[in-house]
Design a binder for this molecule. Structure first.
Ligand code: SAH
Length: 362
């Protein structure tokens, strides 16, 4: 990423192995690349001057060319259940959101892939103003770096070489935007986060969620990565799905399901279907029956999420009993189903793009 202010390249958009040719060009040995990766991703240096394994001259040369600024944290809001919503600012002033959700000793970070979203799902706040722009790989990684630095500054053991400072253990690309229409940047960012020489977040702890962009699912199936795939289904029939997800006109339920089955048979990995329960719209027994029929021959998971009400959409979440009935029906039909409860409601982290939940298994 070029930084418009100072024309530097963001170091956060670099895969660990990409440093090597840069150092060869400078006539320097390859182990310098490893030292840079340790300084950046493990020690989370905030200034090149702190990369003390490198010579003064090299630090100065790197500082000249590469920026290590993460995204600026404009605001943080912490909910009563310890969910922290971050408002982050890109170099061009564009603002995006990311959320940290602590649960059972781990922190899950929800990151954005785009500023805004083009897909206009009726119940989702992030599409209400359309797409502004794709985020670069560096901006996607920098959301995690900003969070790591925040966590470090809050950690009691804060030192320049903190290796034990809390970091997100899970990443979910469920913030603003549709990751599969910013495919290359998202995949590069996830590879950087996953790299053992990078922030080192395990592939199975990284989830990409799509509203159903079939070519993206097909490409993901060929990618040879171990990241998890979630698909926002939300309705079992075209008639219903068309009403809340315009993407369904382009890739209807049958095409979506075909791509998901293909994904599972190509990769051996299962798809998680997200199903937001909306009162009297998709939460009735007949909808549960249609969902069972749709998914019964597929090795998959289903996550039920009571809708987080958003301004601009009339739908409401079902009452608890109705949601449990829906869950029970799927459970009895032997679907692998969980229901998540919304967290961070009092900081609006629960709405639309930034809804967040801790999983409550039945
Ligand atoms: N574009 C991607 C990722 C971003 S949305 C996708 O659609 O999957 C992340 C998840 O939040 C999706 O499952 C989306 O349908 C869900 N979501 C959006 N608004 C919501 C709301 N108001 N209540 C509950 N879930 C919502």
């Amino acid at each position: 990423m070029k930084n418009d202010n100072n024309r530097k390249i963001s170091a956060w958009g670099m895969l660990p192995h990409e440093w090597k040719p840069i150092f060869s060009e400078m006539g320097l040995p390859g182990y310098r690349a490893e030292q840079v990766n340790v300084a950046l991703h493990r020690n989370l240096i905030t200034s090149w001057q702190d990369a003390t394994t490198l010579s003064k001259e090299l630090r100065a040369a790197l500082a000249e060319k590469f920026s290590i600024e993460p995204l600026k944290i404009v605001n943080t809001h912490e909910s009563s259940d310890n969910v922290v919503k971050l408002l982050l600012e890109c170099d061009d002033g564009e603002r995006i959101e990311s959320v940290l959700i602590p649960s059972r000793g781990r922190i899950t970070q929800c990151i954005s892939s785009q500023a805004g979203c083009a897909f206009g799902c009726a119940f989702c706040a992030s599409g209400m103003h359309g797409l502004i722009r794709n985020l670069s790989a560096a901006e996607i990684v920098a959301q995690v770096v900003s969070a790591c630095r925040l966590l470090r500054s809050r950690s009691s053991e804060s030192t320049p070489e903190v290796q034990s400072a809390p970091r997100p253990g899970n990443i979910v690309v469920m913030g603003m935007g549709e990751p599969f229409t910013n495919y290359e940047n998202v995949l590069k960012a996830l590879r950087i986060l996953n790299d053992q020489r990078g922030i080192n977040i395990g592939a199975r702890h990284i989830t990409v969620s799509t509203c159903g962009v079939v070519p993206g699912i097909e490409q993901f199936a060929r990618e040879g990565v171990q990241f998890e795939l979630s698909v926002s289904l939300h309705a079992p029939t075209d008639t219903l799905r068309n009403q809340i997800m315009p993407v369904n006109h382009r890739w209807p339920v049958s095409e979506l399901l075909r791509a998901c089955k293909q994904y599972t048979s190509n990769t051996g990995r299962i798809v998680t279907y997200e199903y937001t329960l909306i009162s009297n719209f998709n939460d009735r027994p007949e909808h549960a029956d249609a969902l069972i029929k749709l998914l019964k021959n597929q090795h998959c998971k289903v996550n039920l999420i009571p809708l987080s009400p958003v301004a601009g959409f009339v739908g409401q979440p079902p009452d608890h009993i109705q949601a449990l009935r829906f869950l029970d029906k799927l459970h009895k039909a032997r679907l692998n189903v969980t229901m998540r409860k919304s967290r961070g409601k009092d900081v609006n982290a629960a709405c639309g793009q930034l809804r967040f939940k801790s999983e409550t298994k039945k």
